[in-house]
Write a protein that binds this ligand. Structure first.
Ligand SMILES: Nc1ncnc2c1ncn2[C@@H]1O[C@H](COP(=O)(O)OP(=O)(O)OP(=O)(O)O)[C@@H](O)[C@H]1O
Ligand SMILES: O=c1ccn([C@@H]2O[C@H](COP(=O)(O)O)[C@@H](O)[C@H]2O)c(=O)[nH]1
Length: 239
């Protein structure tokens, strides 16, 4: 069903969404395609801000499993999200969309530091704000950063654009018998330990009553479809 109450949206873009058919990194055409989808959503009247993941470049937990110091590995992961944010900014600006990147870890030669009121002002002026470097803290993920920024920016919903088309009874990449939910509650995601998003992100959205829409961003045109209530997705919300 279309949800007209969703006006201001935080789009969480998985790092993998920028990989295209590659196994790693950023594919220019794919970043451009994602930017076109964001531009279309903005033209349709949505106010958008974006948090970009880093899984296409570096995941702290995976590096820690191989013996890296976890905090250092997480900082490397956060730096990866800055690269992705700049790629998305570049792609959007090629389309004439006004953007700003704000990083939770200040790097003044590259982008603005994260300042909530400034980000709000950018959005009021019609700019797309891309939040980089996650929360700025190790031991978190960009899902939690997305939930925090969605709350801070007073977003009506968090759209998680990822490589699966919703929340399943189990990880669909590992269990072929897993079934997709159309809707489910935050509490169910947490009690069933469904790993599509980390628990801290789910808790922040639950406590701030921000619905999460999980959809497949790797399918062309899907952001517009899901915003129109047409595509396949799962809505997680308070019951
Ligand atoms: N119950 C579930 N329902 C749906 N997906 C699940 C479930 N449990 C685990 N997953 C997995 O969660 C993944 C999505 O989250 P993941 O954190 O890996 O990526 P991301 O946050 O989209 O971004 P990035 O690629 O930047 O790390 C999917 O690839 C899917 O395989
Ligand atoms: O707040 C944060 C956000 C991210 N990280 C690290 O970055 C990588 C990439 O982010 P994804 O959410 O996995 O796309 C993540 O694996 C962490 O290592 C972080 O430390 N803090």
């Amino acid at each position: 069903m279309p949800r007209p109450e969703f006006k201001r949206i935080l789009l969480k873009l998985s790092g993998e969404a920028l990989m295209g058919d590659q196994q790693f990194g950023i594919e220019t055409e794919t970043a451009q395609r994602v930017a076109e989808e964001i531009k279309l959503a903005q033209a349709a009247g949505y106010e958008l801000c974006v948090v970009v993941g880093g899984g296409n470049i570096f995941r702290g937990l995976a590096a820690a499993d191989q013996g890296f110091d976890r905090a250092s590995a997480d900082y490397m992961g956060m730096l990866a999200t800055v690269m992705n944010a700049l790629a998305v900014q570049n792609a959007l600006e090629k389309l004439g969309v006004d953007t700003r990147v704000q990083s939770a870890i200040p790097m003044s030669s590259i982008c603005e530091p994260y300042i909530r009121r400034r980000a709000m002002r950018h959005m009021e002026k019609g700019r797309i704000v891309i939040f980089a470097a996650g929360t700025g803290n190790p031991f978190f993920t960009t899902d939690t950063a997305a939930a925090l920024r969605a709350a801070e920016m007073q977003c009506d919903a968090l759209f998680k654009g990822t490589s699966v088309d919703g929340v399943y009874t189990a990880d669909p990449k590992k269990d072929a018998a897993a079934e997709r939910y159309d809707t489910l509650s935050f509490d169910r995601v947490l009690s069933d330990n469904l790993k599509v998003m980390d628990a801290s992100a789910v808790a922040v959205c639950r406590d701030n009553d921000i619905p999460i829409v999980v959809f497949n961003i790797r399918e062309q045109g899907n952001l517009a479809r899901v915003l129109n209530g047409e595509g396949t997705s799962t809505i997680v919300e308070n019951s």
